[in-house]
Design a protein around this ligand. Structure first.
Ligand code: XIL
Length: 388
């Protein structure tokens, strides 16, 4: 009975959302009473979702919830400069054009990453100087093309070691390299350039935005930045860059979290630590897997168990509570949380399915595009404040 009731409520709610947005076409019309995430959160920060070629029609019922989008692939190096000097923005512009027509902001993701890297960039015989020049050329070419159509950029993505050890923190050798930078369409920036590739990417982006007169923000983006050892490595890296006058505006916490492997306290500690540097923070790829990351041979579920859905909802609720609290300066000079982006729109389109080869249900809407308990958990605050 409960399931049937929830289903009925879900259908009615989704229809109400669809009806309420038919007039505003995903723009910023409506107010929080229309039940749309972007309006419920309009006093806090933009709420985004990652999209990719081919899904805009599939999610036309849910995309009005979001006032920001990221592209899962289309703005990465392999897509935008597949061969040297030959930029191609066809795929990315399709999404950016749609975003503008539908009143969405766009997060640029990403300029320099060890993945989605065409083989020509670090091909055999490439010197450090040539590699750094290729970064400068790529960053300038992409920022010149998009201008302010992307309001911020993940300038460098996943440059830190997967999970640094204490000895790596002590020696300063806590960057991604070797086996962790290996794979198809991958490159080991650190082996060739040390951490200069990170600094050069941000210098190039800062130089480009100045030369082009762009009011855009520059982020360092990575996963696991809520984990103490990786947080320490990130802080060391950022402090070194900031001390050298390198412009970094924010930290992108990807926020790919896992049931059973998560500390809300450490998440808040990380938000405090990065904002205390004066940097803004965004959650850039939020999803909450229903399997523990550390459990290599988990039970594979046929559907989302109700008990896990409830735990997932509590995690979402706690994370968004913290994000709302830190969306305003919590101390003099501190940065704030300036955005939360889900890495996907609904459970029928999560990257986790292909990433781990098992069905997952990590997002706010289920496979039938109905709001989940997780959606309720991040919006009930509004209901309460509305009743007060
Ligand atoms: C993933 C996309 O979701 C996939 O569609 C694509 O094939 C590979 O990249 N961290 C990141 C994202 O920064 O760019 C990755 O996105 C997921 C992990």
């Amino acid at each position: 009975m409960k399931r049937i009731f929830k289903t009925a409520v879900g259908i009615v709610f989704t229809a109400a959302c669809a009806m309420s947005v038919c007039g505003c076409n995903g723009g910023n019309g409506g107010d929080a009473d229309d039940g749309l995430l972007k309006n419920i959160y309009k006093d806090y920060f933009p709420v985004g979702a990652a999209v990719k070629t081919g899904v805009l029609d599939l999610y036309e019922d849910l995309l009005p919830h979001f006032n920001s989008v990221s592209t899962e692939y289309e703005m990465k190096w392999a897509a935008t400069q597949p061969s040297e000097g030959a930029f191609n923005f066809d795929l990315s512009d399709n999404i950016v054009d749609w975003a503008e027509q539908n009143g969405k902001m766009v997060r640029g993701h990403c300029l320099v990453w060890y993945k989605a890297l065409p083989s020509w960039v670090l091909r055999e015989g490439t010197t450090k100087e040539v590699a750094l020049q290729r970064i400068r050329d790529h960053v300038y070419g992409v920022l010149e093309h998009f201008g302010e159509r992307a309001y911020c950029w993940d300038v460098v993505n996943e440059a830190l070691a997967d999970l640094p050890k204490q000895y790596q923190l002590d020696s300063g050798e806590f960057y991604r390299t070797g086996a962790e930078a290996a794979g198809v369409e991958c490159g080991d920036w650190y082996a060739l350039c040390g951490n200069d590739f990170i600094k050069e990417a941000f210098r190039a982006a800062d130089d480009a935005r100045k030369e082009l007169g762009l009011d855009i923000q520059l982020y360092y983006n990575d996963y696991g930045l809520n984990i103490p050892v990786k947080r320490e490595a990130c802080l060391k890296m950022l402090e070194e860059m900031l001390s050298e006058g390198i412009a970094v505006d924010g930290v992108g916490m990807q926020a790919h979290y896992y049931y059973g492997d998560f500390s809300m306290k450490e998440f808040e500690n990380s938000v405090k630590a990065y904002t205390e540097l004066g940097l803004d923070v965004q959650l850039t790829e939020l999803d909450i897997a229903v399997y523990p990351y550390s459990n290599s041979v988990p039970e594979i579920y046929a559907e989302l168990p109700e008990t896990i859905a409830q735990i997932q909802a509590a995690m979402y609720g706690g994370i968004f509570d913290i994000c709302r609290r830190y969306s305003a300066p919590w101390k003099e000079g501190a940065g704030t949380i300036t955005g939360v982006t889900m890495w996907g729109v609904a459970d029928d389109g999560t990257h986790l399915d292909s990433a781990f080869g098992r069905k997952d249900w990590p997002l706010l809407f289920d496979e039938e595009h109905r709001p989940k308990l997780a959606f309720d958990a991040i919006t009930e605050f509004y209901g309460k404040s509305r009743k007060q």
